[in-house]
Write a protein that binds this ligand. Structure first.
Ligand code: PLP
Length: 435
């Protein structure tokens, strides 16, 4: 299978090149030239399959031409060593709990799969591969955890000073070994820009193999389609149309869903739910895409002012909002509404959402009220609430929870390189680590 660039100015490349380059030379994002077509009959019996079985079938459909089946099976076993439960929180409203991995955020799925795939694709090389990733919180910890001690790979995690939670910072900075944390004076968009600059810097690339691990990497997106199939399997026998509401920042999670749909998954509608960083909902309203500086919210992993995967969304579905609306609805919700939703659902049912999942829940509620309540409605619960103790305590007075995955990390010592928003300095640091 070849992968083309969404900017269409670079030539198509192999899976290996697409994964190791991350970003195409023309600045575009890689997409598979053809998407698999899962036969309709697959969905008649999908309810009998486990998460691992579904993940293997879908991975094989996307990647089977490039990766031996036993290798793929090993990668999936190893990467998806946790469950993804579908919990009914109100009648016909389900939370797809994507937070049972080691860093308790959905990014574990993509990061663990990508690290193992990358290591396999890069297995015969002499120089170490340098993975550069910008994070607004959860990407960094998931990537650090996913790549920790993976042979032949250095990881640089760029995070914005003062803009990630103390716990997220711990999860980024306490690894050591091949994981290098870099604290940048700036916001997430600055970090993302720095990462992109490193990836396209000719001098650096001539010297060292450099790649990305952001949601722009196709190796993270493919596994993010697995759990849409898995959720569908859990609902198939209800025989209702399925709606997914996705709490969105860089739009990688939504792109995983759109790829699942393009491969045949019967999805009735997607809801792209954002916080006040509303570039996408505004685009859906006006047809104009206007990147804006990111604003800080309580769902900070979604504080993105120029969603990296916008190019993939429009590559899959076109740029006409009228046509897009047949498949995706979008809206934005304030912190106050998000907090209120967490509080109310807790009071009414005892279920505790995190601020990201709660934005998606709000999207579902609006959909059900306004359009159609005869569907199975799923919101993607992308993080465990215990990742945001300060915020949660303000919303639910005696909130107190520290799952085992998070317990150990708080006592470990932080180590990071601190720098200005300066590409030259970052280049020097990367070269230093490689020497
Ligand atoms: C990254 C993240 C999101 C946003 O996902 P995108 O793929 O960037 O749209 C939502 N919730 C949590 C908890 C995240 O970490």
């Amino acid at each position: 299978m070849l992968y083309y660039s969404t900017n269409k100015r670079s030539s198509a490349v192999s899976l290996r090149e697409a994964v190791i380059r991350g970003l195409a030379p023309d600045g575009g994002l890689y997409m598979p030239e053809t998407l698999p077509e899962i036969p309709v009959s697959y969905f008649d019996t999908i309810h009998r399959l486990s998460l691992g079985e579904i993940a293997f079938d879908i991975a094989d459909a996307f990647l089977g031409g490039d990766i031996p089946r036993d290798v793929l099976a090993g990668i999936i076993d190893d990467a998806l060593d946790f469950t993804i439960p579908l919990t009914e929180v109100e009648k016909d409203i389900y939370s797809l709990e994507l937070f049972h991995g080691p860093t308790m955020a959905f990014k574990d799925v993509g990061a663990r799969f990508m690290s193992r795939l990358m290591a396999w694709l890069y297995r015969n090389e002499k120089k170490e591969l340098n993975v550069i990733v910008a994070t607004s919180g959860d990407t960094g910890s998931a990537v650090a955890a996913g790549f920790y001690s993976v042979e032949g790979i250095n990881v640089f995690v760029l995070f914005p000073e003062g803009k990630v939670s103390p716990l997220q910072q711990k999860q980024i900075t306490t690894w050591g070994n091949n994981i290098h944390a870099v604290r940048v004076k700036g916001n997430f968009d600055d970090c993302q820009k720095l990462a992109k600059q490193m990836l396209s810097d000719r001098e650096l690339n001539a010297l060292l193999p450099v790649t990305s691990a952001n949601s722009i990497n196709i190796a993270r997106l493919i596994p993010q389609s697995f759990y849409y199939f898995h959720a569908y399997a859990g609902l198939a026998r209800k025989k209702r149309p399925v709606v997914f509401s996705v709490p969105s920042g860089n739009f990688g999670n939504l792109t995983g869903g759109l790829m699942a749909r393009a491969a045949g998954l019967p999805v009735h509608k997607f809801i792209a739910a954002t916080n006040i960083n509303d570039v996408f909902p505004k685009f859906m309203e006006t047809g104009k895409y206007r990147p804006a500086p990111s604003k800080q919210t309580i769902s900070n992993a979604m504080d993105v002012g120029d969603p990296g995967n916008f190019a993939r969304v429009t590559d899959l579905l076109g740029k006409n909002p009228d046509k897009l609306r047949k498949i995706i609805l979008s809206g934005s919700w304030s912190d106050a509404k998000t907090a209120r939703a967490i509080k109310d659902l807790y009071k009414n049912t005892g279920y505790i959402m995190d601020p990201h999942g709660a934005v998606a829940y709000l999207g579902l509620k609006e959909y059900l009220n306004k359009y159609d309540d005869t569907v199975s409605a799923v919101f993607l619960e992308t993080a465990h609430p215990a990742k945001f103790p300060e915020t949660m305590k303000k919303i639910i007075r005696d909130y107190e929870d520290l799952p085992p995955q998070l317990r150990g990390v708080m006592n470990r010592e932080e180590k990071f390189h601190s720098m200005m928003n300066d590409p030259m300095e970052l280049k020097r640091y990367i070269e230093e680590v490689n020497n």
